[in-house]
Design a binder for this molecule. Structure first.
Ligand SMILES: [Zn+2]
Length: 314
């Protein structure tokens, strides 16, 4: 359990108050952030959200009022976190009927700091909500690599896992990372690199071999083309129906496998640049019927992409 924060008293005119919804005159506790912003809050709400606060408020209060201001007998809890972080956490635990607006977009550092604070105060349910917010955040979208390193560095495994998954949407190469390399935590980078390698291995294995049991053999299984074009054979569906089709499908799979080695996610193999060469095959290599079938390659790529995302290690 975390060390209980210090109870203190106000003697500094530089202290400001956060304002609504943390300015009720009836509130019975004052939380003071590291940048000296006061939040007037209700003990019962904090106790419901956090066993640490519950324990703190159950302890006998000092016999004298040395920890209270001369004008205000409410206990003051001095926190190590910045006011932005305290506000974001309180807005998450306060009843929606008391909150007119959310905390607004948080920076990456503030997201991590709020998650760290929720852990420090043993707020399991709040942490889950914060992780959902983090997963959908602009901060994560904008800087997945730093997000992973920050979560890893703060030993927040759930947040690190979310950031690692988000990083799969981007190629993992030194050129792609570029100048960010100079700021990266080495052990974190190594851990993320191993995760990407494991995802690449699983993804490549899933789509190599031309056997795709998860693809329904609806329209392509019954339409093997009888022509003189160069062909490959694919086995589709749970019954492994054999489908002979133009070699351009196999060349697409080859390009997809290559892409997955540095970028193991569905977006990498449904990308237009990966598909396009199979649509631009010279007439000598693709008859009219094969040309009509190749229109299904985009749907085929989506089926492969779904499997690639499914097989990613968690
Ligand atoms: Zn043909």
């Amino acid at each position: 359990m975390a060390t209980l924060p210090e109870l203190n008293h106000s003697d500094d005119a530089t202290i400001t108050t956060f304002g609504p919804p943390f300015d009720d005159t009836n509130a019975d506790v004052i939380l003071r952030s590291s940048d000296r912003v006061d939040f007037l809050v209700y003990e019962v709400i904090l106790s419901k959200a956090s066993p640490v606060f519950k324990t703190m408020f159950s302890l006998p209060q000092p016999a004298t009022d040395a920890h209270h201001t001369p004008q205000d007998s409410r206990p003051i809890v001095v926190l190590a976190e910045h006011g932005r972080v305290v506000a974001a956490l309180l807005l998450t635990i306060y009843p929606p009927t008391l909150v007119s607006a959310g905390a607004g977009p948080l920076s990456l550092n503030d997201h991590i700091a709020v998650l760290d604070m929720a852990r420090k105060y043993d707020m399991a349910a709040t942490s889950r909500r914060l992780l959902v917010d983090f997963e959908g955040s602009e901060a994560l979208r904008n800087d997945h690599l730093q997000a992973f390193c920050a979560a890893y560095g703060c030993e927040l495994p759930e947040a690190a896992k979310i950031a690692a998954k988000a990083s799969l949407k981007h190629p993992f190469t030194l050129d792609a990372i570029g100048d960010d390399l100079q700021y990266i935590n080495g052990p974190a980078f190594h851990t993320l690199w191993k995760f990407h390698r494991a995802c690449s291995t699983a993804a490549v294995k899933a789509i190599s071999g031309h056997t795709y049991t998860w693809i329904p053999n609806i329209w392509w299984s019954s339409s093997s083309v009888r022509c003189r074009c160069s062909k490959i054979g694919l086995s589709l569906g749970p019954t492994l129906s054999y489908w002979a089709t133009n070699a351009s499908w196999g060349k697409y799979v080859d390009r997809a496998v290559k892409a997955l080695k540095t970028h193991p996610c569905s977006e990498a193999i449904t990308d237009r640049a990966i598909l396009l060469p199979s649509y631009q095959v010279p007439q000598a290599e693709m008859c009219g019927e094969c040309g009509r079938q190749i229109a299904g390659l985009s749907e085929f790529s989506r089926y492969l992409g779904e499997e690639v995302d499914r097989v990613s290690p968690t």
